[in-house]
Every structure is written in structure tokens, then in C-alpha cells.
Design a binder for this molecule. Structure first.
Ligand code: ZN
Length: 161
């Protein structure tokens, strides 16, 4: 069956940057998503449309169709006092912060000075060309409840217990 809106797609993937470093891969063998509901990045979803179970493909997604360009305005320097004083703060650490509209935002520490900490609110993969190797394992039609919820149920999907 062909991947179309509201297909449930099971696939294996490996994600690499342009230097060949593996950034992510499907753990436990496979990943499952509901197609056509923005559950995965647009560049990959577009490339999978119309594909069949068993297809293998390589997809190179530019940042604009992935996690966006790196926006320097999302980097800000804040007072060290905003972090728990007992904790050692080091570059690479991630914290949950509040975005301009009150939304949860994951920020990454990029620089630590005596009284200030510089954090970056860009997605860690913003500005990165995403090179996927994908193997489509299974394609099935979603059921009515999955379509209503906008995600997959059952193995590899949401468990509402
Ligand atoms: Zn659900």
C-alpha cells in the first residue's frame, strides 16, 4: 500500500549530518508515525509520500524543511542567578525554559561566565542538513480513533493507559 494521508508508516531510519556523524536512529529497530499530521519534519514527510512498503530511500533535508535555520536572536545571555546555585552549569547542558508565548522551550547552555550564562533556544538540529537513510517496513491505513487523535496507537505508538 502507498503512503498517503492517514497511513500508519513503520520505518527504520538513520540520520546523519554532512560529516557522516550519526545524529539519531530508530531505536529497537523501527519507528512508527501517522502520515499527513505533521508528526515528522516536513522534508522527510514529503519525501515519503507515495512510497511503498519495502522501499529504501536516502533523503537530504535542508534546515528550512527540518528544524529551521539557526536563529541568533534565540541566543540570550542571562544572569547566573537564574540557575540553581548548587548546580554546576556547563556548556551542553539543557534546561526547560519558557518561550515568549509561555510555551515550553528547551534551551542549551553554550557559554558560562562568572555572572552570566548564555543559552541557545534553537532546536539542537537547527541549521543542520539532515541526511536520512530510510527503509519502509510497513504501511497500513489508520483507524478512525488514530485519525481523530492525530497519532498512532498500539505497538510503537501512543499507549493511553
Ligand atoms: Zn490517542
Amino acid at each position: 500500500m502507498q503512503i498517503d494521508k492517514h497511513s500508519v508508516v513503520t520505518l527504520h531510519y538513520t540520520l546523519k549530518d554532512n560529516d557522516g556523524n550519526v545524529l539519531d536512529e530508530s531505536s529497537d529497530g523501527s519507528f512508527c508515525y501517522l502520515h499527513g499530521e505533521n508528526n515528522i519534519i516536513p522534508g522527510l514527510e514529503d519525501a515519503l509520500a507515495g512510497r511503498l512498503s519495502g522501499d529504501a530511500l536516502s533523503v537530504s533535508v535542508p534546515p528550512k524543511d527540518g528544524y529551521g535555520e539557526h536563529d541568533t536572536e534565540r541566543t540570550q545571555t542571562v544572569s547566573r542567578d537564574m540557575f540553581p546555585s548548587e548546580d554546576e552549569i556547563e556548556p551542553g547542558m539543557q534546561f526547560q525554559a519558557e518561550g515568549p508565548e509561555g510555551q515550553a522551550l528547551l534551551v542549551t547552555v553554550v557559554k558560562v561566565e562568572e555572572d552570566t550564562v548564555t543559552v541557545d533556544g534553537n532546536h539542537p538540529l537547527a541549521g543542520v542538513q539532515l541526511n536520512f537513510d530510510v527503509k519502509i517496513v510497513d504501511v497500513r491505513a489508520a483507524n478512525a480513533e488514530e485519525i481523530e487523535h492525530g497519532h498512532v496507537h498500539g505497538p510503537g505508538g501512543h499507549n493511553h493507559e
